[in-house]
Design a protein around this ligand. Structure first.
Ligand code: ZN
Length: 191
Protein backbone atom coordinates (compact mmCIF):
# COMPACT_ATOMS: atom_id res chain seq x y z
CA UNK A 1 0.00 0.00 0.00
CA UNK A 2 1.11 3.52 -0.70
CA UNK A 3 2.50 5.47 2.22
CA UNK A 4 1.81 8.89 0.77
CA UNK A 5 -1.96 8.48 1.13
CA UNK A 6 -3.88 8.76 4.39
CA UNK A 7 -4.50 5.46 6.20
CA UNK A 8 -7.89 3.84 6.26
CA UNK A 9 -10.07 3.83 9.33
CA UNK A 10 -11.53 0.39 9.30
CA UNK A 11 -14.30 -0.61 11.65
CA UNK A 12 -16.39 -3.75 12.02
CA UNK A 13 -19.32 -2.39 10.02
CA UNK A 14 -18.79 -2.28 6.26
CA UNK A 15 -21.09 0.66 5.50
CA UNK A 16 -19.65 2.97 8.15
CA UNK A 17 -16.08 1.88 7.40
CA UNK A 18 -16.87 3.07 3.91
CA UNK A 19 -18.27 6.44 5.03
CA UNK A 20 -15.10 6.78 7.15
CA UNK A 21 -13.05 7.05 3.96
CA UNK A 22 -13.87 10.75 4.30
CA UNK A 23 -13.16 11.98 7.82
CA UNK A 24 -13.41 15.31 9.61
CA UNK A 25 -16.33 16.30 7.40
CA UNK A 26 -17.07 19.28 9.69
CA UNK A 27 -13.43 20.38 9.99
CA UNK A 28 -10.52 19.97 7.61
CA UNK A 29 -11.88 17.02 5.67
CA UNK A 30 -9.48 14.17 4.87
CA UNK A 31 -10.18 12.20 1.69
CA UNK A 32 -8.86 8.67 2.19
CA UNK A 33 -9.76 7.40 -1.28
CA UNK A 34 -8.30 10.24 -3.36
CA UNK A 35 -7.57 8.06 -6.42
CA UNK A 36 -9.22 5.06 -8.12
CA UNK A 37 -6.31 2.87 -6.96
CA UNK A 38 -6.90 3.84 -3.37
CA UNK A 39 -10.51 2.65 -3.70
CA UNK A 40 -9.11 -0.62 -5.08
CA UNK A 41 -6.93 -0.86 -1.94
CA UNK A 42 -9.87 -0.13 0.34
CA UNK A 43 -12.06 -2.72 -1.36
CA UNK A 44 -9.27 -5.32 -1.06
CA UNK A 45 -8.91 -4.88 2.71
CA UNK A 46 -12.69 -4.92 3.03
CA UNK A 47 -13.14 -8.34 1.39
CA UNK A 48 -14.38 -6.92 -1.92
CA UNK A 49 -11.29 -7.15 -4.10
CA UNK A 50 -11.49 -5.81 -7.64
CA UNK A 51 -8.71 -5.67 -10.23
CA UNK A 52 -9.24 -2.11 -11.37
CA UNK A 53 -11.33 1.00 -10.97
CA UNK A 54 -12.07 3.87 -13.32
CA UNK A 55 -12.48 7.53 -12.41
CA UNK A 56 -16.21 7.23 -13.11
CA UNK A 57 -16.46 4.25 -10.75
CA UNK A 58 -14.63 6.20 -8.04
CA UNK A 59 -17.06 9.08 -8.52
CA UNK A 60 -20.00 6.70 -8.20
CA UNK A 61 -18.44 5.23 -5.05
CA UNK A 62 -18.10 8.68 -3.50
CA UNK A 63 -21.68 9.48 -4.44
CA UNK A 64 -22.83 6.33 -2.67
CA UNK A 65 -20.60 7.15 0.31
CA UNK A 66 -22.09 10.61 0.79
CA UNK A 67 -25.60 9.24 0.29
CA UNK A 68 -25.04 6.65 3.03
CA UNK A 69 -23.60 9.38 5.24
CA UNK A 70 -26.65 11.61 4.65
CA UNK A 71 -29.19 8.84 5.20
CA UNK A 72 -27.41 7.44 8.27
CA UNK A 73 -27.13 10.93 9.77
CA UNK A 74 -30.86 11.51 9.27
CA UNK A 75 -31.63 8.09 10.78
CA UNK A 76 -29.44 8.82 13.80
CA UNK A 77 -31.32 12.09 14.32
CA UNK A 78 -34.68 10.38 13.78
CA UNK A 79 -35.33 12.69 10.84
CA UNK A 80 -36.91 11.77 7.50
CA UNK A 81 -34.41 10.20 5.12
CA UNK A 82 -33.34 12.47 2.23
CA UNK A 83 -35.04 11.12 -0.90
CA UNK A 84 -32.04 11.70 -3.20
CA UNK A 85 -29.74 9.74 -0.87
CA UNK A 86 -32.23 6.87 -0.65
CA UNK A 87 -32.40 6.81 -4.45
CA UNK A 88 -28.62 6.49 -4.85
CA UNK A 89 -28.39 3.77 -2.18
CA UNK A 90 -31.22 1.81 -3.78
CA UNK A 91 -29.83 2.20 -7.32
CA UNK A 92 -26.42 0.93 -6.17
CA UNK A 93 -28.02 -1.98 -4.34
CA UNK A 94 -30.11 -2.94 -7.39
CA UNK A 95 -27.15 -2.69 -9.79
CA UNK A 96 -24.91 -5.00 -7.73
CA UNK A 97 -24.69 -8.61 -8.89
CA UNK A 98 -22.41 -10.08 -6.23
CA UNK A 99 -23.22 -13.40 -4.62
CA UNK A 100 -22.55 -14.64 -1.12
CA UNK A 101 -20.61 -17.92 -1.11
CA UNK A 102 -19.71 -20.21 1.74
CA UNK A 103 -16.09 -21.32 2.12
CA UNK A 104 -15.23 -24.89 3.23
CA UNK A 105 -14.25 -23.36 6.59
CA UNK A 106 -17.74 -21.99 7.01
CA UNK A 107 -17.02 -18.33 6.30
CA UNK A 108 -19.01 -16.09 4.04
CA UNK A 109 -17.24 -14.47 1.12
CA UNK A 110 -18.49 -12.20 -1.63
CA UNK A 111 -18.09 -13.26 -5.24
CA UNK A 112 -18.31 -10.41 -7.72
CA UNK A 113 -19.69 -11.02 -11.21
CA UNK A 114 -16.39 -9.87 -12.71
CA UNK A 115 -13.01 -8.69 -11.46
CA UNK A 116 -13.65 -5.15 -12.63
CA UNK A 117 -17.12 -4.82 -11.21
CA UNK A 118 -16.78 -2.03 -8.70
CA UNK A 119 -20.59 -1.77 -9.07
CA UNK A 120 -20.96 -5.21 -7.47
CA UNK A 121 -18.85 -4.13 -4.50
CA UNK A 122 -20.90 -0.93 -4.14
CA UNK A 123 -24.04 -3.07 -4.19
CA UNK A 124 -22.80 -5.00 -1.15
CA UNK A 125 -21.94 -1.77 0.67
CA UNK A 126 -25.36 -0.29 -0.19
CA UNK A 127 -27.13 -3.42 1.08
CA UNK A 128 -25.10 -3.25 4.29
CA UNK A 129 -26.15 0.39 4.75
CA UNK A 130 -29.79 -0.54 4.13
CA UNK A 131 -29.71 -3.21 6.85
CA UNK A 132 -28.32 -0.72 9.39
CA UNK A 133 -30.56 2.20 8.50
CA UNK A 134 -33.60 -0.08 8.44
CA UNK A 135 -32.78 -1.10 12.00
CA UNK A 136 -32.45 -4.77 11.15
CA UNK A 137 -29.23 -5.27 13.06
CA UNK A 138 -28.47 -5.19 16.73
CA UNK A 139 -27.09 -1.72 17.43
CA UNK A 140 -27.88 1.95 17.28
CA UNK A 141 -26.94 4.61 14.73
CA UNK A 142 -25.33 7.58 16.43
CA UNK A 143 -23.28 10.66 15.54
CA UNK A 144 -19.73 11.18 16.71
CA UNK A 145 -19.48 13.71 19.54
CA UNK A 146 -16.43 15.39 17.98
CA UNK A 147 -17.62 18.73 16.53
CA UNK A 148 -15.22 18.50 13.58
CA UNK A 149 -16.23 14.91 12.78
CA UNK A 150 -19.93 14.21 13.38
CA UNK A 151 -19.60 10.92 11.53
CA UNK A 152 -22.51 8.51 11.71
CA UNK A 153 -21.40 5.27 13.35
CA UNK A 154 -23.09 2.06 14.44
CA UNK A 155 -22.95 1.58 18.18
CA UNK A 156 -22.98 -2.08 19.15
CA UNK A 157 -21.75 -1.53 22.71
CA UNK A 158 -23.80 -3.25 25.38
CA UNK A 159 -24.89 0.04 26.96
CA UNK A 160 -25.37 1.80 23.58
CA UNK A 161 -23.57 4.87 24.98
CA UNK A 162 -20.58 5.07 22.66
CA UNK A 163 -19.82 8.73 21.93
CA UNK A 164 -17.12 8.63 19.27
CA UNK A 165 -16.93 7.07 15.85
CA UNK A 166 -13.47 5.83 16.67
CA UNK A 167 -11.86 5.60 20.09
CA UNK A 168 -8.29 5.79 18.75
CA UNK A 169 -8.80 9.07 16.93
CA UNK A 170 -11.83 11.18 17.87
CA UNK A 171 -12.13 9.65 21.37
CA UNK A 172 -8.47 10.11 22.14
CA UNK A 173 -8.34 13.66 20.87
CA UNK A 174 -11.26 14.56 23.10
CA UNK A 175 -9.57 12.99 26.10
CA UNK A 176 -6.36 14.91 25.41
CA UNK A 177 -8.27 18.19 24.97
CA UNK A 178 -9.97 17.66 28.31
CA UNK A 179 -6.67 16.81 29.96
CA UNK A 180 -5.04 19.98 28.58
CA UNK A 181 -7.98 22.16 29.65
CA UNK A 182 -7.72 20.68 33.13
CA UNK A 183 -3.98 21.45 33.18
CA UNK A 184 -4.64 25.05 32.19
CA UNK A 185 -7.21 25.50 34.92
CA UNK A 186 -5.16 23.72 37.56
CA UNK A 187 -1.52 24.45 36.83
CA UNK A 188 0.71 22.10 38.74
CA UNK A 189 -1.92 19.43 39.30
CA UNK A 190 -0.86 17.31 36.36
CA UNK A 191 2.86 17.14 37.13
ZN1 ZN B 1 -15.49 10.92 14.97
Amino acid sequence: MCAQFPDFRLGKVLATSFTATLTERCGNAVERIPTPNRLVDWLAVSGLAVESCTTAQLERARELRESIHAAATAAARREPLPASAVQVINDCSIQGRAAAVLTPEGNRQWRLSSASSVEDALGIIAADAISIIAGERDGRLALCASPTCRAAFFDTSQSRTRRWCDMNTCGNRQKKARFNAHKRENPGSAK
